[in-house]
Design a protein around this ligand. Structure first.
Ligand code: GDP
Length: 298
């Protein structure tokens, strides 16, 4: 269906029913369920999750007549049910420094998310240190410094091409000396050579564990929500590379592509700590399943 560029992104059912009169009642039959399934799949929810949602919607209601708002509410409720268990903010521990390793492919929004998180933690009185662990991309280091300045947080850097693990070790030392509450470590995100990246991440973990055997306390995987089903593959890959403890989904502003979050929650059950809703420092929000489901359904 052609969409007007300027139109507000419509949700899944907004596209199916349009602005139809709320009093029209439709039979929840196999035809409709099939249609709903297709819509969910085209919204990046994946076949298994789409089937689960429609099966739950149909339970005890097959053949019943429902209004469009009722169908929307039913779908939103099922999506909310899947999302509620994963909507959890990043856990904070008494550890000083609490070490947060941030992983994800280049362009996912790691740098931006670290800047936003640093700003949020600062605002709650936490002392934060950032380590620019993607030492192979000078631009990434510069960008992280810009975010550090914005958030008012020190950013530790190392010369281009130097060992990220040794930077991580130095950052641990500085964070300890500064009495920092949180140390956020950015990492490289090039997947072209997975073996190298795995070794690099493993070495960072090994080295920081010399200072604290429990570190990293959180390993955040940053995912770009607009990459759709691709995000599923990224979770699988990064779970092999690192001990992923939670997700941040970026670029959920201005896109109706969020369906992949439901598939992620359904398949992996990893907590979604926060969502990126823009490019500015305050554009990081807690994940609200009900609001998300309502927007997705439309
Ligand atoms: P990195 O390579 O993973 O460090 O990714 P960056 O943090 O550099 O982000 C890549 C691009 O995505 C930049 O242009 C960011 O401004 C943009 N970006 C990051 N998060 C969001 C978000 O939540 N919403 C939008 N619209 N853009 C974002």
């Amino acid at each position: 269906t052609p969409e007007v560029e300027t139109a507000k992104p419509q949700g899944i059912l907004g596209r199916m029913f349009g602005a139809e009169d709320a009093v029209v009642r439709r039979t929840l039959d196999d035809d409709m369920l099939e249609q709903l399934e297709e819509l969910l799949i085209s919204a990046d929810m994946g076949v298994d999750t789409a089937l689960r949602v429609t099966a739950n919607m149909a339970e005890g209601r097959l053949g019943k007549k429902l209004s469009v708002p009722e169908i929307k509410q039913l779908m939103a409720d099922e999506i909310t049910r899947i999302m509620e268990p994963v909507a959890r903010p990043m856990p904070l521990y008494a550890k000083k420094p609490q070490v947060v390793l941030v992983v994800g492919v280049n362009g996912a929004g790691k740098t931006t998310t670290i800047g936003k998180l640093a700003s949020q933690f600062q605002a709650t009185g936490k002392k934060v240190v950032i380590a620019a662990g993607d030492t192979f991309r000078a631009a990434a280091v510069e960008q992280l410094q810009v975010w550090g300045d914005r958030a008012g947080v020190p950013v530790l850097t190392a010369p281009e091409g130097s060992d990220p693990a040794s930077l991580a070790f130095d950052a641990m030392t500085k964070a300890e000396a500064d009495g920092a509450d949180l140390l956020m470590i950015d990492t490289a995100g090039r997947l072209q050579n997975r073996a190298d990246l795995m070794e690099e991440l493993a070495k960072i973990v090994r080295v920081i564990r010399k200072k604290d055997p429990d570190a990293p306390h959180n390993t955040l995987l940053v995912l770009d929500a607009t990459t759709g089903q691709n995000a599923i593959q990224q979770v699988k890959v990064f779970q092999q590379l690192a001990d992923v403890s939670g997700l941040v989904m970026t670029k959920l502003d201005g896109t109706a592509k969020g369906g992949v979050l439901v598939a992620l929650a359904d398949q992996f059950g990893l907590p979604i700590h926060a969502i990126g809703v823009g490019e500015q420092i305050d554009d990081l929000a807690p994940f609200d399943p009900q609001e998300f489901a309502a927007a997705l359904v439309g």
